[in-house]
Design a protein around this ligand. Structure first.
Ligand code: PBG
Length: 324
């Protein structure tokens, strides 16, 4: 009790503060999402995400090497397809965009750990995450396709597959398909607590999806915390190797609760809208950008995340290096 206890004693110098700091963000934690578009020649800036562009397919190798030079050790690839159809067939072809971009990334920079988003929304002409039957995404047909898509990514040399479609049973279906195809050692990072969120707004521009409507019949209701635990523990039981909470900042409570319910590594996705909020607020002079970036990433660590997907990964690399 005061006056014997004075918590400010350990805040007096940066030397002391850094010694007692409970969490740190290091580059080993970060995954940098990368949008790859076929059929374009120059990078296409995404207006709602200043500083982020869609990279031309032919430049994937360079983009991956540039990220690696900036200290990034892992990337997540998203394809922007020009070959969309009702089922997203391109993503299931061994010469489709998904397979090609994974191959290019691994060829250019074998040391980079490459994750692939496994979902159909970037490859369907309606923009939904799977096969539409009677006006809604058909769960069981979609998970069969997800298995095929994951195998295509695996054969192209991906390091981790990351199913993001929120279909029931998708992790089990993908695990079975991978094992059957001779990839029992390929890990699955499941987007297990993925909420139907307004914070994906800029991603819709970034990924060039043609979605009309919303994803509320498959992504989670933002009011549900207990259900997020069920989703996550289901995915664990189905064989997920890493669980993910998404979005990040509005769902730190879910992350912290999940930390107490599983021993698996936990990932969190700081999504496009969270990136945009920080960027635009900083541009308007309302907040200091670098301080806010590192504070947001630290919050994820404090809440229990092991891995963080963030569009700030390259910038964080510079800031971490500067801080020494
Ligand atoms: C696709 C997918 C989405 C994101 C990652 N994978 C969008 C969505 O579900 O609508 C969002 C990423 C972001 O906003 O940064 N299933």
């Amino acid at each position: 009790m005061f006056p014997e206890t004075r918590l400010r004693r350990l805040r007096r110098t940066e030397g002391l503060r850094s010694l007692v700091r409970e969490n740190a963000v290091v580059m080993d934690d970060l995954i940098y999402p990368l949008f790859v578009e076929e059929g374009i020649d120059t990078p296409l800036p995404i207006e709602s995400m200043p500083g982020v562009s869609r990279e031309p397919e032919a430049a994937v190798g360079d983009a991956v090497k540039a990220a690696h030079a900036a200290g990034v050790k892992a990337i997540m690839l998203f394809g922007v397809s020009h070959a969309k159809d009702a089922e997203g067939g391109d993503a299931m072809r061994s010469d489709g965009l998904l397979a090609r971009m994974v191959r290019r990334a691994k060829d250019a920079c074998p040391e980079m750990t490459v994750f692939a988003d496994v979902c159909f929304c970037e490859y369907t002409d309606h923009g939904h995450c799977g096969v539409i039957v009677h006006g809604d995404v058909h769960n069981d047909r979609t998970i069969a396709n997800l298995g095929a898509q994951a195998v295509v990514a695996a054969e192209a040399g991906v390091d981790v597959v990351a199913p993001s479609g929120m279909m029931d049973g998708q992790v089990a279906a993908i695990r079975a398909a991978l094992d059957e195809a001779g990839h029992p050692n390929l890990p699955i990072m499941a987007y297990s607590s993925k909420f139907a969120s307004g914070f994906y707004g800029p991603f819709r521009e970034a990924s060039g999806t043609s979605l009309k409507g919303d994803r509320r019949t498959y992504q989670m209701d933002p009011g549900n915390g207990r259900e997020a635990l069920r989703e996550s523990l289901d995915d664990e039981a189905e064989g997920a190797d890493i669980l993910m909470v998404k979005p990040g900042m509005p769902y730190l409570d879910v992350l912290a609760r999940l930390r107490d319910h599983t021993l698996l590594p936990l990932a969190v996705y700081q999504v496009s809208g969270e990136y945009a909020m920080i960027r635009f607020a900083a541009e308007a002079g309302a907040i200091d950008e670098d301080t806010s970036i590192m504070e947001s990433l630290l919050a994820f660590k404090r809440a229990g995340a092991d891995l963080i997907l963030t569009y700030f990964a390259k910038r964080a690399g510079e800031l971490i290096r500067q801080a020494g």
